[in-house]
Design a protein around this ligand. Structure first.
Ligand code: GAR
Length: 209
């Protein structure tokens, strides 16, 4: 059974969706860089061990990442799932977990990498918005996309309504992608990502229009 670690910084609603999904893999641990993250409570309630590794206590990014790396090795983790983990990871850490680390981002990548995605979508007047689950590579929000949740922006949408509507989609697509990996439906190879044994050309889209 695949052993999963979830890395969080905040509320952890995506962690909750993963817990509730009864995945074929096992969530063996949750790491937070923030001691006050509500995600830690969710993990504890589910009987999942937690580790708080505060980035502020380390002199630089590499030193912080080394401690996280060691914790993941100690837990014998196969798959790292970033779920609202708001730290940029060092190239060395990303390399060590190449093909074994996923992120969820609140936009239809490659649009709107980085922060404040909902505001930027509203500013541009986009009709479509959503979220993307992708493999993590050294370049921010740029690894192969595996799934996207797509919604239509309504006239009355604001940042808060978009954030909550995107969250609903995130809670569908993230457990789905993690399950695909647990069951071998998605496989990472040096030549590219396979979906049901075929080269994956584009992310699978889940629409709520
Ligand atoms: C999610 O919307 C996720 O897409 C976003 O943080 C939120 C975490 O919510 N991640 C990023 O912006 C990463 N760049 P949660 O703590 O309730 O799961």
């Amino acid at each position: 059974m695949i052993k999963i670690a979830v890395l969080v910084s905040g509320s952890g609603s995506n962690l909750q969706a993963l817990i509730d999904a009864n995945l074929s893999g096992q969530i063996v641990g949750v790491i937070s860089n923030k001691p006050e993250a509500y995600a830690l409570e969710r993990a504890k309630k589910a009987g999942i061990q937690t580790a708080v590794i505060e980035h502020k206590q380390y002199p630089n990014r590499e030193a912080f990442d080394d401690v996280m790396h060691q914790q993941l090795l100690d837990w014998d983790v196969d798959l790292v799932v970033l779920a609202g983990f708001m730290r940029i990871l060092s190239a060395k850490f990303v390399k060590a977990w190449e093909g074994k680390m996923l992120n969820i981002h609140p936009s239809l990548l490659p649009n709107y990498k980085g922060m404040h995605t909902h505001q930027r979508v509203l500013n541009t007047g986009d009709v479509l918005h959503g979220c993307t689950v992708h493999y993590v590579t050294a370049e921010l929000d740029a690894g192969q996309a595996l799934a996207q949740g797509v919604l239509k922006v309504n006239l009355h949408d604001d940042v808060n309504s978009l954030a909550s509507r995107v969250h609903v989609l995130e809670h569908v697509i993230y457990p789905q992608v993690v399950e695909w990996i647990c069951t071998g439906t998605v496989q990472y190879t040096k030549q590219g990502v396979l979906y049901r044994g075929q080269a994956m050309q584009k992310p699978v889209q889940f629409c709520k229009l």
